[in-house]
Write a protein that binds this ligand. Structure first.
Ligand code: ADP
Length: 495
């Protein structure tokens, strides 16, 4: 492979090009009119404009991208994440044109691209699934009977849904039928596929996902987990690796199940198997993302493996150069997604210019971004400015480093999630590892952010003390209730 086209923009396009350059591979950027002056365009060896800003007139034009490859003698396409990255038809068209698609085969993407067919494939490999309906709901009466069995609340999910969209919680049986009908019509109009199914709504869930890597010769490994439980609108905003709560045994079990999911769809390349975990540490397969994940850097930090290079090597047909036993977790890493969003206003996207933009530096700090000072954050795409990643020899060092990096990062011109990231890092629930996907609803309010920004440490300390007191009361109550049942408190598993 001598020349790669990156069919993406922003931070991920740049990040991919950097690995390609280290492998002596030439790079081609594509861009829309809105990204004409973007760093990824300047960094590439060649660059081609695809069209106007809307994605369907630029970054989603698969045929045009393939034509660019043919004109410029490109032999591999890296799709990044989003846009065409999980489009099986595109992957197929790329291969048909004699170009290597740096990702799995179209068939694996198609199986895992639909939540129901993904579950079907996983079931055959004895992967634990969230209790619920087996397939798409056809008869609301049958669905009702299943809900009675598993208990309310339940979650109705669109099989073709993604990005936290197409889900609704149903609290009571009386609401079920009406909710099923509206979920079906919503799924039809949003995703062009009306298939919806029911899952038990897991209370206090953790989102824990496992990175897998497979070559074309049947070798498959996992690169441990990422904990992505801090979310807003069912979308991740802070991630870490490893998870603060997994024992070595559970990690190995989840890793093995993730590898089995990869096997179930004959996977090639880098992929992510997402699990949801309940309070008793039971874990269930949710879905597989058949691409490089936004939060992949935390895995790179703790394993020392460059996932993009591995993707390219696998696509070239090389065998993995390591086995499961060679892989070890070293240290701890956090990622804060720096979005142009206002946490005070329910994480509403903000628009504006990066009037001042100064990155943090120093030991253990990595910033993956695709903007420079003076640039506008275009409204046409995801409002993520950058990914701030810190690494430390243990969780505490990485955490303190993240607080320092959030403080050192200077962004003026728009509101970002940096202050929220710092808030998370300082919250006692997060510090202790005792948190779930409801972290924001349970622990965050804009006034806490104001107090933090004002540097009123006494007030913050008082709030934290109140939190700890409340927590102690709760655990005393639940200890009294459970009488030594096997439900244990979250444990912070030190690496
Ligand atoms: P998407 O494809 O839209 O990202 P996922 O199935 O991956 O959807 O779920 C996204 C998030 O929604 C999860 O990380 C979790 O926070 C929440 N979620 C999904 N399924 C359940 C469930 N059965 N119970 C509770 N929360 C869930």
């Amino acid at each position: 492979m001598k020349k790669i086209l990156v069919a993406n923009r922003g931070e991920i396009a740049l990040r991919i090009m950097k690995s390609a350059r280290e492998m002596n591979i030439k790079t081609v950027a594509v861009y829309s009119d809105a990204d004409r002056n973007s760093p990824h365009v300047k960094y590439a060896d060649e660059a081609v404009c695809l069209g106007p800003p809307p994605s369907n007139q630029s970054y989603l034009l698969g045929d045009k991208i393939i034509k660019v490859c043919q004109d410029l003698g490109v032999d591999g396409i890296h799709p990044g994440y989003g846009f065409l990255s999980e489009n099986g038809d595109f992957a197929e068209a790329v291969e048909k044109a004699g170009i290597t698609f740096i990702g799995p085969k179209a068939k694996s993407m198609q199986i895992m691209g639909d939540k129901l067919s993904a579950k079907e494939a996983a079931k055959a490999f004895d992967i634990p699934l969230v209790p619920g309906t087996e397939g798409a709901i056809e008869d609301p009466e049958k669905a009702k009977a299943i809900c009675q069995e598993i208990g309310f609340p339940v979650l109705i999910k669109a099989s073709a849904g993604g990005g936290g969209k197409g889900m609704r919680i149903v609290e009571k049986e009386e609401e079920l039928e009406e909710q099923i009908h509206s979920a079906i019509s919503e799924a039809k109009s949003a995703f062009g596929n009306g298939a919806v199914f029911i899952e038990k709504y897991v209370a206090s869930p953790r989102h824990i996902e496992v990175q897998v890597l497979c070559d074309k010769h049947g070798n498959r490994v996992h690169l441990f987990e990422r904990d992505c439980s801090v979310q807003r609108r069912h979308q991740k905003v802070v991630e870490e690796a490893p998870s603060a709560i997994l024992s070595g045994e559970l990690r190995a079990q989840m890793g093995q199940k993730a590898v089995d999911v990869a096997r179930s769809c004959d996977y090639e390349g880098a992929g992510t198997v997402e699990f949801i975990m309940d309070e008793d540490h039971n874990f269930y397969f949710m879905e597989m993302n058949t691409r490089l994940q936004v939060e992949h850097p935390v895995t790179e930090m703790i394993t020392g493996i460059d996932l993009v290079k591995e993707q390219i090597k696998v696509a070239r047909g090389e065998k993995l150069s390591f086995s499961q036993n060679d892989l070890k977790i070293e240290g701890h890493a956090f990622e804060v997604r720096v979005y142009a969003e206002n946490a005070r206003e329910n994480f509403m996207p903000d628009i504006g210019k990066l009037r001042v933009y100064k990155r943090p530096h120093g030991p253990g700090v990595r910033v993956d971004d695709g903007f420079e000072q003076g640039m506008d954050i275009p409204i046409h795409y995801d409002p993520m400015i950058s990914k701030l990643v810190t690494y430390g020899k243990n969780r505490e060092e990485a955490r303190m480093r993240m607080i320092r990096a959030c403080e050192d990062y200077q962004i003026v011109g728009l509101t970002t999630t940096l202050d929220f990231g710092k808030f998370v890092m300082q919250h006692p629930a997060f510090i202790s590892g005792d948190f779930d996907t409801h972290f924001v609803q349970k622990h965050f309010s804009p006034d806490l952010l104001d107090r933090q920004t004002a540097g009123n440490s006494e007030e913050v300390a008082a709030l934290m003390a109140a939190y700890l007191l409340e927590k102690r009361k709760q655990s005393e109550v639940s200890a009294a209730e459970s009488h030594g049942s096997k439900r244990s408190a979250w444990k912070y598993n030190r690496q």
